[in-house]
Design a protein around this ligand. Structure first.
Ligand code: NAD
Ligand code: WQD
Length: 344
């Protein structure tokens, strides 16, 4: 039975919420994170929320000796692998850095898992692996492709994992979780998204504009063929997303003998436009968001939302939280921590 889970990248936005869910479900949690895009305060806050301790290691997943030390110290039964760089634009400017970090971290981790006979693996993939889908909603049988180096690292890792499961099905079982658009924060307001630079994603840009850290939100494109001309996405509450990882672990455990490398979408199946997100945020926060409609952003698609049926049938998972929950929780986090973890 799985009792101890290693979460790589566990100090980050999504990882910290996963740690809360795992600790509340009774698992022992070990985190390795090099803090390149996060703060160890997130780990302290997770302990504050749950009343439980995390074994935290500030280390790089490419550091084999460090990982071996961690696997030697803790009886790790399963790994959730989030550690990686994630900014699309940055990956276009510094492709080598992205390939080096995201691929090498995964290689070293998989080698050490092999060495310690750890089989169950949940990988943070992304809806970006669907490239520019031909129709909506997107299901897991759709063809995959990448439009930027970041996306290519996700796709390459998915393919590498599939090859490994094929070669040694008794040694590795994988769930590839393809996230749509994570948003929101833990309802306590103690943990949330804390971008170190100017946010690329919509929700942190909205909250930072509302709090006065950014002057004006640029809405990228008002002439798409959508409900109001702005881009439509499948926003998913980060706590729902975190719960999806727990269900993936449970499924790997229950199906432990069946070799698999299974891709599963985590989304709500419901799309919202940029203007709908802004309206929901204004309603929930009572704050007005200063915005202007500008040209489309290169590489954006008009509409993207998931078919989440497989997550339901296979993992017994469905998203429960609403857009209102996402904007309310994102605002609570932002207003209680105007400078993110920098305030603590
Ligand atoms: P994040 O940057 O907050 O978390 C990633 C964490 O990994 C950070 O804490 C960072 O310090 C750490 N890290 C990076 N490289 C590392 C390395 N070599 N060794 C150890 N630690 C390392 O990002 P997030 O939004 O929480 O994303 C987590 C994962 O989910 C990433 O793999 C990302 O690609 C994936 N994902 C994110 C989104 C999104 O929109 N946020 C969507 C789809 C997939
Ligand atoms: C959402 C919508 C924008 C910012 C990205 C990555 C993807 C995945 C999730 C990791 C779009 C619009 C945004 C702004 C805006 N990440 N927008 N003004 O582009 O769907 O996906 O994050 O795997 O790989 O590409 O998310 O939050 O950037 O944009 O108008 O300042 O908001 O055009 O319609 P996206 P996003």
């Amino acid at each position: 039975m799985t009792t101890t889970v290693l979460v790589t990248g566990g100090a980050g936005y999504i990882g910290s919420h996963i740690c809360v869910v795992l600790l509340e479900a009774g698992f022992d949690v070990v985190v390795v994170d090099n803090l390149s895009n996060s703060s160890s305060l997130a780990i302290d806050r997770v302990s504050q929320i749950t009343g439980k301790k995390i074994a935290f290691y500030k280390a790089d997943c490419r550091d084999k000796a460090a990982l071996q030390g961690i696997f030697n110290t803790h009886p790790i039964d399963a790994v959730i692998h989030l550690a990686g760089l994630k900014a699309v634009g940055e990956s276009c400017a510094f492709p080598l850095m992205y390939y080096q970090n995201n691929l090498d971290a995964t290689f070293v981790l998989l080698e050490v898992m092999q060495q310690f006979s750890v089989k169950n693996f949940v990988f943070s993939s992304s809806a970006t692996v669907y490239g520019d889908p031909a129709s909506m909603p997107v299901n897991e049988t759709f063809p995959t492709s990448a439009t930027n180096p970041y996306g290519r690292t996700k796709l390459m890792i998915e393919e590498i994992l599939a090859d490994m499961v094929k070669a040694t099905p008794d040694q590795l079982s994988v769930v590839l979780l393809r996230y749509f658009n994570p948003a929101g924060a833990h309802e306590s307001g103690l943990i949330g998204e804390d971008p170190s630079a100017i946010p690329n994603n919509l929700m942190p840009y909205v909250t930072q504009t509302a709090i006065g850290k950014r002057e004006c939100l640029s809405v990228f494109g008002g002439d798409y063929d959508t409900v109001d001309g702005t881009g439509v996405r499948d926003y998913i509450h980060v706590m729902d997303l975190a719960r999806g990882h727990l269900e993936a672990l449970n499924w790997l455990e229950s199906d432990a003998t069946a070799p698999c490398c299974k891709a599963v979408n985590l989304g709500t199946g419901q799309g919202y436009s940029v203007l709908e997100v802004i309206a929901a945020f204004e309603q929930a926060s009572g704050k007005q968001v200063n915005y202007k409609i500008v040209d489309r952003r290169a590489g954006d698609v008009a509409i993207n939302y998931a078919d989440p049926a497989l997550a339901k049938s296979l993992l017994g998972w469905t998203a429960e939280k609403t857009l209102d929950d996402m904007v309310t929780d994102a605002w609570r986090w932002q207003s209680q921590n105007p400078n993110g973890y920098g305030d603590a």
